[in-house]
Write a protein that binds this ligand. Structure first.
Ligand code: GLC
Length: 803
């Protein structure tokens, strides 16, 4: 069964059946203003902070066919009254003749045909604006004239998204709506919480005169509140009630009498849903976006933004599904995760518990550095603001208030209040940014540490370089009995929370990787003394990892607080963890023979046809000492599930050993494009990576969940561009070091790098995975495999012969 197809030329995925196995969404706008739109036009929209300034109520847990957030009704005048339907399928669920939802770059475009009426709706947020536009065009496809009305509807939430669900007295007492009539005859239906009426106004309006409106859900649905969204009683009356709600469940519904549409005739209506400090402030924009030409221009602006973003790296490989991902969907998802972190999705509901995760964003940002490095730097700076003076980092923060917290560790009194990995990721991110841009001046930028005095002034500032050093120092000083970093509340694996004294092999490797990066950076900026000191730290941690953590066929994952191994063949469950293997290769700690054996063990024990499991076998029962991991049944999430974020790390490790065939096989088995044909059991969007797929211990092996906001996006993108295709910025230039499937005859990449463009053409005449025989830059052979920094604004030709 198929639910859609990729149209790469148009840069869209086209959903052809609205009844997708799970709700499929797309993001519009940014966290500044925006949210997501689903395949049936339902939407969740916020401004600034999904927890404290949410506009639209969208409850993902409701059945798929239920109204969620926004919809559009059309009604046709018939002799007996009205035929009412939604051209978005939900919530009226009428039979359609055609349904296409184009999942585009920052927009959704729904085209449907019901009862001879074609509706085309383009849904997007203009760049840097605080309003959602729905540009709706309705055409009469029949031979007869049709009289119809168009009624767009939104349902508001209280701005405090959690209160909406927890306080059913205060919330309805404070919600209000008011109609405002403009001179030109247009009406604007405004909505606000009483306390915000002078400071924060939601508005809903269109570019077409309305004859009536509704702001109260109970009246709209009718039957004394027992009406349904599928069949709202008020839509069978000629007009809506014009009721200005002073409390209750606020909605916005606008009645547009289109009148008679002749055969073939069409009409366009543009709706706007926005928020401003006052209506006066928004008026100019409201009036501008009534003009179809301006809306069209805004849409083109959005398109230009994305085209420019995507143009920075374009590939042409022999694998069509890889091209589809790398030229659009993967870098798009990287940008979305950069923007939204784990804040707001169908799975992470944005009620305020999380905000931006330090480790998450420090990894996400690496996925966009090749496309939008300066936006990346801004996010890096933001993260550095919540690093503590002792070098550890606050786990989460609210990007609006910059208030940070220690994350879930707050929930367990007796456990450490920091995570052992957070602050180390930012070392990787800063180094990646400098390698991409050459901007070493960034290292001197002064940024405060998180701690503040009573007046809220930072207690200490430090350069970016100082922040990185503090991070390294923190881990150096925070080691346990085997000389490995203490786990803290957790490391990357959030769900293994052991009592104080436990040590993390993952963090040891991440620390090693960060040290390696620091040594390279320090040598580049000529701080040899510190480079040497860090090299010693590296050597000593490498020694500890190899002395205490090798289990015979793989590396163990933790020592618990009693010094017992976790992730060892001696354990009954949780015998092997993928990250301990991939990262011991990435860090360079594993000597070649151990690296090879460890990766073979991953392949033998953890690999499945749907991806590599995080660990095996899953724990089969709750164990309060281990914590979160044992709350999941075997095969789910971190407990033996296929946690996709970890898969690209194995791909990278394989390329480091030269195994291009294996790396690519791992790439392929999780490529969502290739799930399009098995989507009935996979269920999630085939155009972005999910966070997890159920493992083979679970009866629903292969079922994906938690799509979109996952570190998988950034890491698969890095693994494929920088390691499989092997085009990797470094301080001296652009390293060309592919590790590809031996069957490939070559590939091409166009990459912007430090104000020059490189057209790279790699040929693989001998059918190998790795190795470079010759590199020609603009026809001249260069020594080694690093293209120097040229910065001349020109396009250069790079010919690479493998061998
Ligand atoms: C989730 C969290 C991430 C964590 C991962 C593994 O994806 O957002 O921070 O590393 O789970 O537990």
């Amino acid at each position: 069964m198929s639910f859609g197809y990729f149209d790469d030329a148009q840069k869209v995925y086209v959903i052809t059946d609205p009844r997708t196995p799970a709700t499929w969404i797309n993001y519009i706008g940014t966290i500044g203003f925006g949210g997501f739109v689903d395949q049936t036009g339902g939407a969740l929209i916020c401004k600034g902070d999904p927890a404290l300034n949410r506009i639209i109520k969208y409850i993902p847990q409701l059945p798929n066919g239920d109204f969620k957030g926004e919809t559009l009704y059309i009604r046709i005048k018939v002799p007996s009254g009205y035929k009412v339907f939604s051209p978005f399928y939900v919530p009226t669920l009428d039979n359609y003749d055609r349904y296409e939802c184009r999942v585009g770059l920052g927009y959704m475009k729904i085209l449907s045909e019901f009862y001879g009426i074609r509706t085309e709706a383009v849904i997007f947020v203009p760049m840097n604006q605080s309003c959602e536009i729905r540009d709706i065009c309705i055409t009469n496809l029949t031979k007869e004239p049709i009289e119809l009305d168009v009624i767009p509807v939104v349902e508001y939430t209280h701005f405090d998204a959690l209160k909406q669900l927890t306080n059913a007295d205060w919330v309805p007492q404070t919600m209000q709506s008011k109609i405002v009539e403009e001179d030109a005859g247009y009406k604007i239906l405004t909505q606000y919480a009483f306390m915000n009426k002078e400071s924060r106004i939601n508005y809903f309006t269109s570019n077409y005169p309305i004859s009536s409106f509704e702001s109260d859900r109970k009246i709209f649905l009718g039957n004394m509140g027992y009406g349904t969204w599928k069949c709202p009683k008020s839509l069978y009356e000629d007009e809506l009630s014009n009721y200005e709600a002073r409390r209750g469940d606020n909605i916005g519904a606008l009645m547009h009498h289109i009148g008679i549409l002749e055969s073939g005739e069409h009409k366009e209506i543009i709706t706007q849903l926005g928020q401003a400090a006052s209506l006066r402030e928004a008026m100019q924009d409201i009036q501008r976006y009534r003009d179809p030409a301006i809306v069209n221009k805004a849409f083109i602006g959005l398109k230009e933004f994305w085209e420019n973003y995507l143009s920075k790296i374009v590939v042409d490989t022999p694998d069509a599904a890889m091209n589809t991902m790398l030229n659009m969907h993967n870098p798009r998802q990287c940008y979305i995760t950069k923007n939204w972190s784990r804040y707001l999705s169908q799975y992470q509901l944005g009620f305020g518990a999380r905000g931006i995760g330090f480790r998450d964003s420090a990894q996400d940002v690496m996925g966009i550095l090749g496309h939008a490095p300066e936006e990346g730097r801004e996010l890096i700076e933001m993260l550095l603001h919540v690093q503590n003076r002792n070098g550890s980092a606050m786990h989460q923060f609210n990007p609006v208030t910059m208030e940070a917290s220690a994350g879930d560790s707050r929930e367990m009194e007796d456990r450490p209040k920091y995570y052992s990995d957070d602050h180390l990721w930012i070392v990787l991110a800063v180094c990646a940014y400098i390698k991409e841009t050459g901007n070493t001046a960034f290292l001197s930028k002064q940024i405060p540490f998180y701690e503040k005095d009573k007046e809220g002034k930072p207690l200490e500032w430090g350069s970016v370089l100082e922040h990185l050093k503090r991070g390294i120092e923190f881990t150096k000083e925070d080691c346990g009995v085997h000389g490995l970093p203490l786990l803290g509340f957790a490391d990357w694996n959030d769900t293994v929370n052991l009592p104080y004294g436990a040590e993390s092999v993952f963090t040891a490797n991440l620390y090693g990787t960060a040290l390696k990066e620091m040594v390279e950076l320090l040598r580049y900026i000529r701080d040899e003394a510190l480079a040497q000191a860090y090299e010693e730290c590296y050597v000593s941690m490498k020694k500890n990892v190899n002395q205490y953590c090798w289990d015979g066929k793989w590396y163990i994952r933790y020592f618990d607080h009693h010094g017992q191994k976790i992730g060892s063949n001696e354990n009954e469950k949780g015998k092997i963890y993928a990250n301990a293997q991939s990262w011991s290769v990435i860090s360079g700690f594993a000597p070649y023979d151990r690296a090879a054996v460890a990766l073979q063990s991953v392949n033998r024990i953890l690999n499945t046809r749907n991806g590599i499991k995080l660990s095996d076998p899953g724990y089969d029962g709750y164990d309060s000492e281990k914590g979160g991991i044992t709350t999941y049944p075997p095969g789910a999430k971190e407990n033996g599930g296929i946690f996709l974020h970890s898969n690209p790390w194995v791909m990278m490790a394989e390329t480091m050993l030269g195994n291009g065939d294996q790396a690519f096989a791992y790439y392929n088995q999780i490529n969502p494009v290739l799930k399009n044909d098995v989507v009935e059991s996979y269920e999630c969007e085939p155009y972005c990576y999910p966070q997890n797929i159920l493992g083979d211990e679970h009866p629903q092996f292969g079922l994906a969940r938690n799509s979109w906001l996952s570190g998988t996006a950034s890491w698969v993108y890095q693994a494929s561009v920088k390691y499989i295709l092997g085009v990797r910025p470094n301080y001296e230039g652009l390293m060309i070091d592919p590790c590809i499937p031996s069957q490939w005859k070559g590939f091409r990449m166009r990459k912007h790098f430090r104000n020059a463009v490189f057209e790279i053409d790699v040929k693989n005449p001998e059918g190998i995975c790795k190795g470079i025989k010759q590199v020609l830059l603009d026809g001249k052979e260069i020594e080694g495999q690093i293209i120097p920094v040229l910065e001349d604004g020109k396009v250069h030709n790079v010919q690479v012969i493998m061998g």
